[in-house]
Write a protein that binds this ligand. Sequence first.
Ligand code: AMP
Ligand code: MG
Length: 423
Amino acid sequence: MARPPSPSLVLSFPDARRLVEQHASLLSPGANETVALLNAAGRILAEPVAADRDIPPFPRSTRDGYAVRAADLAQLPVTLTVIGEIKAGPPPAGKVPSPLSRGEAFSIMTGAPVPSGADAVVMIEYTSLEGNCATVTKSVRPGENIVAQGAEAKRGSLLLNPGTHLNEAGIALAASVGKAELQVFVRPRIAVLTTGDEIVEVAREVGPTQIRNSNKYSLAVQIQHAGAEPVLLPIAPDEPRRLRQLMEEGFESDLLLMTGGVSMGRYDLVEQVLAELHAEFFFTGATIQPGRPIVAGRVPYRSGGAGVGLAHRYFFGLPGNPVSTMVTFELFARPMIEALAGMSPRPLAFLHARLKSEIRVKPGLTRFLPAILYGQFENAQVELVPWQGSGDIAARFRSNCLVVIPPDGEHIAAGGWVAVMLR
Ligand code: AMP
Ligand code: MG
């Protein structure tokens, strides 16, 4: 029987994360597909998107007011002749505004093109109107209340890079340059293999000592959020032959995520079976809580079809405790899935907030503890959610973030700053 890897493969959180990021950077995404603009939301862009014209396409008034020559407002108050009105959109036929001459003003609306000759817009609050004369009481600087043509982007300039995750702003930007369709990367397929003799599917009758399969669902949701497609395998029993069979099925997907069976117990068979499949282990544990027994690595994989060649398939053996599963997905599986999805790498981001109540923990582990971030404006505060440990899904649901405690952070007093992961 293949031997499980040596215990020296337990890494600190930063070392484990770095290793995963290094391997993620070696991965490349799959093919492209063209989708309708709205269907590109949440997807990863596969083409560069450039401005098809200057943005804005004309000098745009940012206010309702009067388009003026700033130089006319040197001496105040000054009375200007209002020679017409400009609203957003094309002017009525035959009514293209004439260039502004000295002493003249146009009434202008937000979003309307500033006429030639004008170099500023004075706000309505600083004018009083009598007949067709506007008396202005406040000066403006040249350019004030106008966005110059092309100031947001010049025609032809790159607005969206391939590898960008398309959120609402990305979709709006593509819409603003006339892209009704976008090329995005095909979603990678991520296999989910849950293990354990005690685990049963949700719709099944559950015995008193059986546990419903919740990890399959949390992972499926997280995989979808990461821009990938979950491939859900049947539950693997704690029995090596069937486990191996299902793992091999899982390796047909782009990445295999397993849960359970990675602790030190007699029936924790995942590492042993992976070793039989000639796995190369990156680590078999990380000094974190929750999630200490996490396993990561890759197996040799012979791809079929025309370009037959020796490649790798990556795997994560996530601990079975449901909160550990969710947290270790975010810490380790997500960057690898994002890379397979074609997304440019991004560092793990933390906020900082003040602790509401003190925290005392044993040193030695980087902890990611469920917490609630609340408070208003500059008074962001964070408080740990009481929990029964890494099996407590309800506590994780009550939380809206994770407080990150470094391995040397034995005691953090109330009011102290802590790092927070929003998730
Ligand atoms: P293991 O990592 O296999 O030792 O499992 C640790 C704990 O997580 C045990 O209490 C399991 O019953 C529980 N567990 C394992 N897999 C799942 C799953 N798919 N859904 C819910 N709980 C699980
Ligand atoms: Mg188990």
